[in-house]
Design a protein around this ligand. Structure first.
Ligand code: CTP
Length: 436
């Protein structure tokens, strides 16, 4: 029997000590209950790739819910169980979560069969998974803590940087794996294996993608857009003719390439300048991907993705806002700040960034840049309460005055509070007579 590798030292190198301790305590509890307990999947893959990841998935050979409840009780932490799937989530006080699943036992399916052999149920559990690199497991039980279990050649494929399915029906069983293959390939800089690629092409050709429900399709697309750099995966989707699934005319063109390149620059500028104001990048990429489609095409995409009503409204609103603002800014040559402000004021930061990436006109980019870095922080010195003290009768006039002061300040017509009072005396002589 070939010697199994032990990766305890690798775990210790990459995980905080308290996480190691948690894994050890899980193994000990498993031992006491007579259960096999393993960390599996993406967590193990990422340890071997030295990309530490605290999304821990545990598989229990035994009753996962009993295990999770007992563990939660011992640790004094919260647990949420899903009876239907025999799974549970452990929730630690710091917010860390660990998923616990029950390895499906052979005797559930064949009541007359003998009890499972060693690894029997773990192996079956792993066999149902998407790619070999996601089938690695680490034994957590005391005597064998850290032992790497590799039934399907996951280590070899990690070394060869290859995405491979376990069997030829994998994409038929679950067509979302077509998108997952692309996502993992691009995230790790791997290659989809030749046979796997053929299976993917075939799956696309026979229309399996259309079988994915809109909701799941949207979720997979969203996961791709949430990757650090979604561009290579989008290109690859186009190669597999997957963008056409959203809309027959949606293609990865030179123009898209350029828009996304520009977006990348805009986003890195933004993130460096506004560390504490994160934006929803996936959303910007989503709008950028669909930019250029007409309203009826967009309707079609929303339908294909079963897009939640809120997202749909936001999508149409975003694209409309961006077109309108671009048109208005482009019509003016270097508009004064107060005009740029009024044009841009209703846009979300995500929309502003997409507008910035989209425009070919440096003046427009500059207006958006100034809006984000300066204009939006400007407010008049005089506040509503000052107006009240000055005896201005309540009403819509407050909004009007304060807006006007803001525009005057943006355009450099007033600097100090004193300037603002002077300005008001000049513009509203009937209201502001001899005060201040
Ligand atoms: N899985 C699968 N088929 C799917 C989705 C998931 O076989 N359609 C399996 C994979 O083997 C994966 C595990 O379920 O390892 C957990 O799924 P997920 O959390 O999506 O995968 P991770 O590998 O952890 O991915 P990520 O790094 O993106 O979180």
């Amino acid at each position: 029997k070939k010697r199994e590798k032990n990766i305890e030292s690798l775990l210790r190198e990459q995980l905080p000590e308290y996480v190691i301790d948690i894994l050890k305590r899980m193994g000990r509890l498993g031992h006491r209950l007579g259960y096999g307990v393993y960390a599996v999947g993406g967590f193990v893959r990422d340890i071997l790739l030295r990309r530490p990841n605290l999304d821990i998935d545990i598989v229990v050979e035994g009753d996962g819910i009993v295990f999770a409840r007992a563990f939660a009780q011992e640790e004094g932490i919260r647990v949420r169980t899903h009876k239907k799937f025999n799974t549970a989530v452990l929730i630690f006080p710091d917010g860390m979560k660990i998923d616990v699943a029950t390895a499906r036992l052979e005797y559930y399916r064949y009541p007359a069969a003998l009890p499972v052999v060693e690894f029997g149920s773990l192996k079956m559990d792993l066999y149902r998974r998407d790619f070999t690199i996601n089938t690695l497991a680490v034994d957590l039980r005391p005597e064998r803590f850290g032992r790497l279990i590799d039934f399907f050649g996951g280590q070899k494929d990690l070394k060869e940087k290859t995405i491979r399915v376990l069997h030829s029906l994998s994409f038929v069983e679950d067509p979302t794996r077509i998108l997952r293959a692309i996502r993992f390939e691009q995230r790790f800089g791997f290659q989809i294996g030749r046979q796997t690629e053929r299976l993917m092409q075939n799956a696309v050709k026979i229309g399996l993608i259309e079988k994915i429900g809109g909701h799941r399709l949207f979720h997979e697309l969203q996961l791709i857009l949430m990757e650090n750099d979604p561009v290579p995966a989008l290109r690859r989707m186009d190669e597999f003719q997957l963008l056409g699934v959203l809309d027959p005319l949606l293609k990865w063109t030179e123009k898209k390439e350029k828009l996304f390149r520009s977006l990348k620059d805009v986003l890195s500028w933004y993130e460096l300048s506004f560390l504490d104001e994160p934006v929803e990048k996936w959303w910007i990429y989503f709008c950028a991907l669909l930019d250029g489609l007409n309203a009826s095409q967009l309707e079609g995409v929303c339908k294909k993705l079963d897009l939640p009503e809120g997202h749909k409204t936001r999508l149409f609103g975003a694209l409309r806002n961006i077109y309108r603002a671009a048109r208005e800014l482009e019509a003016k040559e270097s508009p004064p700040p107060s005009i740029a402000y009024r044009i841009l004021n209703g846009l979300s930061t995500e929309e502003l960034l997409l507008l910035m990436a989209k425009t070919e006109i440096p003046e427009v980019r500059k207006s958006v840049n100034f809006y984000l870095t300066r204009y939006r922080y400007v407010s008049p010195e005089i506040k509503g309460r000052d107006l009240k003290e000055a005896g201005v009768p309540p009403g819509p006039i407050y909004r009007k005055i304060l807006d006007e002061l803001l525009y005057a300040k943006l355009d450099g017509l007033v600097y100090t509070k004193q300037d603002e009072w002077e300005y008001l005396k000049r513009h509203y002589p009937e209201i502001f007579k001899d005060e201040s």
